[in-house]
Design a protein around this ligand. Structure first.
Ligand code: HAM
Length: 419
């Protein structure tokens, strides 16, 4: 038997329903915030991600790279931001408006060690805003992230925020972190010894080393911020306070990709056992990326959320499952195909409908109907046909009523009650 590739998911059943539900809700929310949908190819030229300034493990070690038949070097997108910057530049979208706000839901590919919440193929929902740098844009995006968290009723989820400062601040911080950890070289894990050489900031993310005593006094990025970066950070924080957003300042938050400067943030869930999968989303400002890709000098800020992780949290909280319902399930025991005309009537009235096709005992049909989680079950039996009514079971209260066809739609929509 051929199995699915390691680290991938077959979407079916409840998780597939959740995927569609989450997608719809995120569409609605981004619409409210007036973002426009963008979609770019699944693969891009290798050079788009493998840039001189990008030394993250994600790009260096985890990308799926291949040559096409004409020997072009391509990469399956490991993330969307660089690809959307490319589309923004290539299609001159910066000429359209001063601020461009995009959202996406797309698949990403990373050759990671598969584990809970960490896959080789995964969905990200995300947003990217391109404009001149303004603290209100950063604040609006963090507000959007908070709005999503609240809309999905994600309990135990907090937004962590930090600032890496501008290019110079970031360089200074990198040097300070290098100097600090260089003193503890012998105590660092194998990977962090490597990071010390390539990308010292990544040590701050290490789940092994951050438990160690020497870690506690590591310098924070806030200590190296210029006055201007400090003020920018404070302005963002002030707006978040005014909006009542549930956040915390996290001095060790650095993020895993190198294009960030200034504000960085993550939404983290504190559900036990989620371990590394607790980061539901993350992002930040990237003022140099568009320019680095030969575009104009326009800044960007955005975030992306892992859809599989979001769904894991929703399933764990038992949230929303009951909202994914069929309006009506028809059980027809008469062999008269009455349900075909009835289902058309219901569909014409925008009601979601399903029905049985098998000729089984009523009890079995009823049990099967409940699996579709309908609000109502309409029963068509011999007496119903003879006397021209429908028996309607409310699956919440398990009460049953007789309703005439003329009253049916109003009854199902809650506009008519049986005396
Ligand atoms: P990222 O932190 O690499 O950032 O990914 C964002 C989110 O995608 C993570 O917080 C996580 O929920 C999810 N994720 C990442 N890797 C995996 C995986 N292997 N399996 C399942 N879920 C995963 C970015 O990708 C940036 N492009 C975000 C951004 C947008 N920054 C600015 N704009």
């Amino acid at each position: 038997m051929i199995l699915r590739p390691k680290g991938t998911i077959d979407w079916f059943g409840n998780r597939a329903k959740m995927l569609k539900f989450v997608e719809k809700k995120l569409d609605e929310i981004t619409n409210l915030f007036n973002f426009e949908y963008i979609e770019t190819p699944v693969f891009e030229y290798f050079e788009l991600f493998h840039r001189e300034n990008e030394n993250s493990d994600m790009v260096k070690k985890e990308t799926y790279n291949f040559l096409d038949k004409s020997e072009r070097k391509l990469t399956l997108k490991p993330e969307q931001t660089a690809s959307i910057c490319r589309a923004f530049i290539e299609n001159k979208l910066y000429t359209e408006q001063d601020i461009k706000k995009f959202y996406y839901l797309a698949k990403n590919y990373r050759y990671e060690r598969p584990q809970k919440g960490r896959y080789r193929e995964f969905y990200q929902f995300g947003v990217e805003v391109f404009s001149n740098k303004h603290y209100l844009i950063d604040a609006q995006l963090i507000f959007l992230l908070d709005y999503i968290i609240k809309s999905f009723k994600l309990k135990n989820t907090k937004i962590h925020i930090n600032s890496l400062g501008d290019n110079q601040d970031k360089k200074n911080y990198n040097n300070r972190v290098f100097e600090y950890f260089n003193e503890y070289k012998e105590d660092l894990c194998y990977d962090c010894n490597q990071r010390l050489k390539d990308n010292p900031l990544r040590i701050l993310d290490c789940k092994l080393d951050n438990e160690k005593e020497f870690f506690k006094n590591c310098p924070t990025s806030i200590q190296t911020l210029s006055e201007e970066s400090k003020q920018y950070f404070e302005k963002v924080i002030n707006v978040l306070d005014k909006l009542g957003i549930n956040y915390c300042i996290d001095n060790f938050l650095v993020r895993g990709i190198d294009y960030y400067n200034n504000i960085v943030f993550e939404a983290r869930s504190s559900i036990e056992g989620f371990n590394n999968a607790n980061v539901i989303g993350g992002g930040g400002r990237y003022d140099n990326l568009v320019k680095e890709l030969d575009g104009p000098d326009i800044g960007g800020v955005g975030f992306a959320m892992g859809i599989e992780r979001l769904i894991d949290v929703l399933l764990h909280n038992n949230e929303f499952i009951n909202q994914i319902e069929t309006d009506v399930y028809i059980i027809d025991t008469t062999n008269l195909d009455k349900h075909i005309a009835l289902s058309k009537l219901l569909l014409d009235n925008n009601l979601k409908v399903d029905y049985n096709l098998e000729n089984k005992k009523f009890q079995t049909l009823f049990k099967n109907a409940l699996k579709s989680n309908p609000k109502y079950i309409i029963i068509i039996g011999d007496d119903e046909v003879l006397n021209n009514y429908y028996s309607i079971k409310n699956t919440k209260t398990m009460t049953q009523e007789k309703v005439l066809e003329k009253d049916l739609i109003r009854y199902l929509k809650g506009e008519y009650y049986v005396d």
